[in-house]
Design a protein around this ligand. Sequence first.
Ligand code: 13P
Ligand code: SF4
Length: 350
Amino acid sequence: RNMSVQELEDLIRGIKEKMGKKLFLPGHHYQKDEVLQFADATGDSLKLAQVAAENKEAEHIVFCGVHFMAETADILTTENQKVYLPDMRAGCSMADMANIYQTERAWEFLQVLFGDTIFPLTYVNSTAAIKSFVGANGGATVTSSNAEKMVRWAFSKKDRLLFLPDQHLGRNTAFTIGIGLDEMAVYNPVENILEYDGPLEKVKVILWKGHCSVHENFTVKNVEEVRQTYPDMKIIVHPECRREVVELSDMAGSTNYIIEAIKTASAGSSWAIGTEMNLVNRLIAQHPDKHIISLNPHMCPCLTMNRIDLQHLAWSLESVFSGQEINLIKVDEEIASNAKLALNRMLVQS
Ligand code: 13P
Ligand code: SF4
């Protein structure tokens, strides 16, 4: 159907009004404005997991984010609450870098090398099956806003940890709490090998060889160019960026941390931001009193997040309103129960 923007917006507004509190639309900060304007709650991954866990009244949750976030919402809500994703192709390239078979194989391999000394931590940007595996093995999930706390906690339980699937968040977080780069090994899931030169006893952190294809686009060269062109500019990046980029930046933190830093910055200050394009553009629009640019001038959108657009949202709401269960996200019960253990170990500490 060919509908104008106005017609699509009216359709969405109408359905939201008719369904009231039965319908709930959480939206991640990386979503397009055309979608986010309708969100009942906006947030980073942690906040969206928290609001899903707290919301007991919505029967239908249409998740404006990516697949793993919708799975998390399903795991944390009750039987009667249904979660939908407006476009099933809205996945996450990082989450796709670790599957459950590789994870089981890695765990077996690492047990042979290190015995029962490893605490598993998975970034929420992973499949429900991996969260479940981690939960069943006593581990927990983390998000970028609580990674430091969770890594410290993991070390209070075991001598070393496996951090998956984002090597950069794992490395940056471990470095922040004083673990040396020479104490971090990289597990390569494709070849089932450990990439590490030193003696095994030295390894404290095993980083899964995965990354975010959006945040890897910020480079040392980008930092150098900004430093040269705008010597007074502050550089703030997401910890999914490579270690070298974080090292050369002034500040690093989760989506929420970046938003707060810009909000509380003084008028007239200037900032280069290393995170997803929609969020950077929104911050530029919301803070005309500050000079804000993207750290990478060739903008970095999260293409999968961007699959959720006005058309998909309208279509999804229409199908929910008419009682259909199209694009329902339903995590298998057994997987969900162990995944919930991993998520709750994080939520109680956040
Ligand atoms: P946060 O929402 O935890 O900042 O993570 C960013 C991200 O890449 C979400 O997929
Ligand atoms: Fe995944 Fe990166 Fe997109 Fe986040 S920004 S959903 S980690 S690809």
